[in-house]
Structures are given as C-alpha cells and as structure tokens.
Design a protein around this ligand. Structure first.
Ligand code: B12
Length: 212
C-alpha cells in the first residue's frame, strides 16, 4: 500500500473518530516494516487534509481536535523506543512559540530522545520573552522552536531580539506548518535553519548542521 493510500485511510478513520481503525492502520504500518519517515508522512498528511477540510468548512473543530488527540496517543505508543546512549551535545531545548499545537513538539522530543539526544522541553504557549529567558537560564546551545500558526512563526524575530538582550546566542532551528508552506520564512524571521520534519532534524544533527 502506498503512503497516499495509507493517508487516505487514516484520514477517513480520524474523521469518523474511529480509534480502533486508526490503531489498526498504525499496527499495519509496523507489520509492513514501514520506516518512521513513512509513519510521520502519513500522520502529517492526514492531519493536514483534515485541517484543510476544516478551513474549507467541511469538517468540525471537534473532528480536528479528536484527530490530534488520537494521533498523539498512537504516536506515543508507536514511536521508536530504542534505548541508546544519551548524547548531551549540543545542549538543546524545544518550545512552542505562543500557540498550543503540541503534537509536533511531542514527536520531535520523542524522536530525539529515541535517537539518544538529551532535549529539554520548555512546553507550549511561550512568549518570546519566556522562551528566551528559559534558554538563557539553561545555557542552551541549540534552541528548537515549533510554531504552527503564522503569527507565532513571525515572533521568532522578537525571540532573537530577546535572546540577544540576554546575551544568549543559541543556534535557532525552527519547524512547523508555516515554515513548510513558506520555504524562506525561516530566513526572514532570523532563524539559523529550518529543521523540517523530525526525520530531517535528525539528519541535520547527524551532519553537524545544527551545531553552534
Ligand atoms: C490538530 C490541530 C489543532 C488541534 C491541536 C491539538 C494538539 N494537541 O496539538 C486544536 C484543535 C486544539 C487546534 C486549535 C487551533 N488551531 Co489548529 N490545527 C491543527 C492541525 C489540523 C494539525 C496540526 C498537527 O498537529 N499536525 C501534526 C503534527 C505532527 O505536525 P506538525 O505540528 O506540523 O509537526 C511536524 C513538523 O511540522 C515538524 N515540526 C513541528 N515543530 C517543529 C519544530 C522543529 C524545531 C522542527 C525541526 C520540526 C518541527 O515536525 C513535526 C513532526 O514531523 C493544523 C493544520 C496543519 N496544516 O498543520 C491546524 C492549524 C495549525 N490550526 C490553526 C488554527 C487557526 C487553530 C485555532 C486558532 C483555531 C481556533 N479558532 O480556535 C486554535 C489555536 C490554538 C492555539 N492557541 O494554539 C491554523 C493556523 C492558521 C495560521 N495561518 O496560522 C491551522 C494551520 C489550520 C488551518 N488550515 O487553518 N488545532
């Protein structure tokens, strides 16, 4: 089965709030030895389709919300739990700027930890000042910023200023829907890189592209 077909099936199950069917689809992905990148593509694709449908007035916010809840639950259950030696370099942290869309962050944290990286989780709904203060207090070298709303993404500029005011200069790597849709946005808001998806971030770290 192609990822496109898997995405269509998952979208359908989520819209019907059918946890059992969604769970079966996840289990099948694992049985078929799909990679984590496949799983990620299917989940993002389904939630994206549901979000677009909601925007077009075809689905309710309750469907969007429950789809997020179900995916969060299943991702937690199925994410790779391989215990490998922890890597403490670079010292990194993640936070969601202003908005409350937590699923992407949860996936990034889970994937990084599964790959052996230590990552501090600063939470969601953070103002630029709060995020900068936390990063400065913890001597963070690599600050991962998740933003799902366009207005939140624009606040990375302010975050940079707050960091500078505190004398902190971590490498700032951003991610989330606005950066996927507008591929130069990361540069315009003053980030050092767009981390892409969880799998792409891992590649960036392996290549040393996220080092300070
Ligand atoms: C699920 C969802 C919700 C859920 C969130 C549940 C939860 N616990 O997270 C609920 C229903 C609560 C919600 C609420 C709202 N939402 Co909403 N939501 C979505 C939806 C459909 C999917 C988001 C999601 O979870 N995707 C799945 C995850 C896995 O993907 P992801 O977050 O993109 O993360 C991946 C990558 O982007 C990347 N990534 C993410 N962060 C980072 C960080 C780094 C450093 C890196 C490297 C990578 C990375 O890696 C992740 C894994 O691959 C999106 C649509 C979309 N296109 O994204 C709208 C969307 C983000 N929401 C939107 C809106 C408007 C809202 C509300 C304002 C609606 C309202 N009127 O109340 C509220 C705002 C809440 C708030 N204050 O933050 C808009 C934003 C529009 C805009 N231009 O800014 C979107 C785009 C929908 C739309 N098309 O209009 N939402």
């Amino acid at each position: 089965m192609s990822n496109q077909e898997r995405t269509a099936e998952l979208t359908d199950a989520l819209l019907r709030i059918d946890r059992v069917k969604a769970g079966e689809l996840f289990a099948n992905l694992f049985d078929q030895k799909a990679t984590f990148a496949d799983l990620e593509a299917v989940v993002i694709g389904a939630l994206q389709a549901i979000g677009d449908g909601w925007e077009a007035g075809r689905f309710s916010l309750a469907q969007v919300y429950m789809s997020g809840v179900i995916c969060e639950d299943l991702m937690d259950r199925y994410l790779p739990q391989l215990a490998v030696e922890r890597r403490t370099q670079p010292r990194m942290a993640i936070g969601v700027l202003l908005d409350q869309h937590a699923l992407g962050k949860r996936i990034i944290v889970a994937v990084l930890r599964a790959a052996g990286y230590e990552v501090l989780d600063f939470g969601t709904g953070l103002t630029p000042v709060q995020l900068a203060e936390k990063a400065a207090a913890q001597d963070v070298e690599l600050l991962l910023v998740s933003a799902l709303m366009y207005n939140s993404a624009l606040q990375v500029t302010q975050l940079r200023e707050e960091l500078a005011a505190l004398g902190a200069n971590p490498r700032v790597v951003v991610g989330g829907a606005p950066f996927r849709l507008d591929t130069n946005l990361w540069e315009r808001v003053g980030a050092d890189a767009d981390g892409g998806t969880a799998s792409e971030l891992l590649q960036l770290l392996e290549r040393g592209g996220a080092s300070t």
